[in-house]
Design a protein around this ligand. Sequence first.
Ligand code: ARG
Length: 463
Amino acid sequence: MADKPQKLWGGRFAKSTDKAVEEFTASVHFDSRLFEQDIRGSIAHAKMLGKCGIIPQADSEKIVKGLQELLSDYRQGLVTFDPSAEDVHMNVEKLLSAKIGEPAGRLHTARSRNDQVATDIRLWMKDEIDAITRLMTEFQQVLVDTASEHLDTLMPGYTHLQHAQPVLLAHHLLAYFWMIERDKGRFMDCKRRADVLPLGSGALAGTGFPIDREFVAQELGFARISENSLDAVSDRDFISEFLAAAAISMTHLSRFAEELVLWSSPEFGFVELDDSVTTGSSIMPQKKNPDAAELTRGKTGRVFGGLMTILTVQKGLPLSYNRDLQEDKEPLFDAADTLRGALSVFIPMIATAQFKPDRMRRSLHGDFSTATDLADYLVRTGMPFRKAHEVVGKLVAECIASSKGLEDLTLDDLKSIAPELTGDALMLLQPENSAASRSIPGGTARSAVEKQLQAAKSLLSVS
Ligand code: ARG
């Protein structure tokens, strides 16, 4: 036994771990991010072990005190991690044992890293969801404030990126409010399912020690305890849900980003982004680039990638824990950082954006975006919609041939197409009137958008 290898839990091994294997399997360089959660979980576990008489009360107290000291060392930047101790859990145990000696060896009683890591991630995720939804609410507030300033700003509404019908800028901005509202709902839903304590499941089958799981759940602020130990150590659904919610949220921000990129181009000229959220070019002195918007669009891909990663990691795994599951953390952390980063740039980007009402209004000139209003007018005179569509389509073709907009037409021009048309049809050809007529709930008339804004504000006042 002279050259017994230096190895973690080396009792049954005759050889040290190969260096490449050690490096390949280590995770402390990323899971150290769970340090605080690991300490919290361990404190609750140690208290419970003492309370239930599973370890001596005196040792439980030493462990708790040692862990609290470690936490304060960590917060002061005094902790360094040892990659040969594999992961954050073993590092904590090692650091604790350096601090308090033998009693540290009792902490892992009635526990496995499998239920421990699942607990740590759930604790981390619950806090992260709170932080993300707080940022989302902040962003919604900016949308509401900006929309309130643009209740009379008319712009082209698009389908197929072609001018379709006039809408209010407030209406367009609030569309994103509702997307973010649903995003928040998805995260909050995900949090409800993550709010379950796995600790006590042991490696996979539970434990023979008389532990008190409800006590630990209460200490850690979990709503309930898991019902099945095999499920609890192998379930990562909650991470898939988080990544799906993050991917959907990024899609929304990416769409908005795309619009800001387009709108800030000279071809649109609908918005000028503030100097504080744009960047210059290394060669072209005139440039002001919407990089924060572009990178939001660009970084959406990595969150999608993270979702694919976590789904793929789980798809072929037999129950229960498999080491593959260690691959859950990097995509999770990366998606959370990316989403938080994107929200953090969108908040100032929209709050400081200078929208250009004149330019938006001018772009409606001659764009035929009130053609539907004219067809609807004919329908009200009794004409079937299909026929009205045809009649107005011909009128548009004639206008194009004579380089006119619909709003340039006289009553005689209109009557030559459809004698049913009278003077008030001319009014409909003004974009202002087109928008104002859409006063049904959810429509773009100012009266309807004001109601929408009210509904948005009251949601914010309760969140
Ligand atoms: N680092 C591991 C992970 O993240 C912790 C659990 C390890 N369990 C094990 N049986 N090797 O999944």
